[in-house]
Design a protein around this ligand. Structure first.
Ligand code: SER
Length: 312
């Protein structure tokens, strides 16, 4: 990884992955590609592209002599249901463009899958690496199709494409955009600003989650792993912490009083179709994955950093 291009660079994950890559590989070697959410104070190389745009990407790959792409562009689960056709088009076409360009330019690629690749017929506890993948959201359908494309391009064309199935990611810098796991971020904002939160899933809802620093570390570690050790070319299960919405509220309440009410909406059905916990032993075995942040540590950082950010 010498010249890196990141699509979706200003989304939830990109906003923190890009600075980590800049620190490691140099600011001039990371090209951040965004569309609508480019912050005015962004410090680095930035390009604007409305995806899918294969020729636009080709131009950037040539211009900057790119050798690695982190392709993060995606609509998430809840937003995706508003316009399933566009979700398929954006998520799949932009990804296939990247894989085809990877064949042409011999690029190394990272592409994120998700717990959304699983569905109601998947075992929900300690979900195995290889299991039933019958998702019920279009977002999940694009994740399963994308995983198969990764494996296909690896087998057929030798593209070094790597992927993880992210759980819900919790962070304080950029907001997640339209996911089902967003309540685990929104609760912190409302706890600090209003002292109360109306949660869109029920109190007993359990989903796999992860603090952003762990997600960034996993992403970079996987991309730096010895290719000979990688036994999964669809996407690696990845886990850190699982908790109910009520357990999260209780943890916040230890230091910050928040009155939580539960009013499940359409996102409850999506949450119910996803695993409660994930078996990520293959990632731990193949490339030494280890998470660092547990629920208390993550909660403490979220409260402290968001208080600063919100001036409270
Ligand atoms: N956080 C995502 C979502 O809720 C899951 O990948 O859609």
């Amino acid at each position: 990884m010498k010249r890196i291009l990141v699509t979706g660079a200003f989304g939830q994950i990109g906003s923190e992955l890009v600075p980590a890559l800049q620190d490691k590989f140099g600011k001039e070697n990371v090209i951040a590609v965004g569309n609508s959410r480019i912050p005015e104070d962004f410090d680095g190389v930035v390009e604007k592209l409305n995806q899918p745009d294969k020729e636009g990407l080709r131009g950037l790959i040539t211009k900057y002599e790119i050798d690695t792409v982190f392709h993060l562009v995606s609509l998430l689960s809840a937003t995706g249901e508003k316009d399933p056709s566009f979700t398929w088009h954006l998520n799949m076409q932009s990804m296939k463009d990247v894989l085809d360009l990877a064949v042409e330019f011999k690029l190394k690629v990272f592409w994120p899958s998700s717990i959304a690749a699983f569905g109601p017929t998947t075992p929900r506890d300690f979900t195995p690496q290889r299991t039933v993948l019958e998702p019920t959201t279009m977002y999940g359908v694009t994740k399963v199709a994308g995983e198969l494309l990764c494996q296909y391009y690896f087998n057929k064309f030798g593209v070094d494409v790597r992927s993880v199935r992210y759980p819900g990611i919790i962070s304080y810098k950029a907001l997640p955009g339209g996911g089902t796991t967003d309540y685990a971020v929104a609760i912190f904002y409302d706890a600090i600003e209003k002292g109360e939160y109306e949660c869109f899933v029920s109190e007993e809802t359990t989903l796999p989650m992860m603090y952003m620093d762990d997600a960034v570390k996993a992403t970079i570690d996987l991309m730096e792993a010895d290719p000979a050790k990688l036994t999964v070319r669809t996407s690696y299960n990845l886990a850190a912490i699982s908790f109910t919405a009520e357990e999260l509220a209780a943890e916040i309440n230890k230091t910050l009083p928040v009155q939580v009410t539960y009013k499940p909406d359409h996102r409850q059905n999506i949450a119910n179709s996803w695993p409660k916990s994930i078996d990520d032993s293959q990632a731990r075995q193949d490339w030494g994955w280890q998470h660092e942040y547990d629920l208390p540590k993550m909660t403490e950082i979220m409260i402290n950093e968001l208080k600063k950010k919100l001036g409270k």
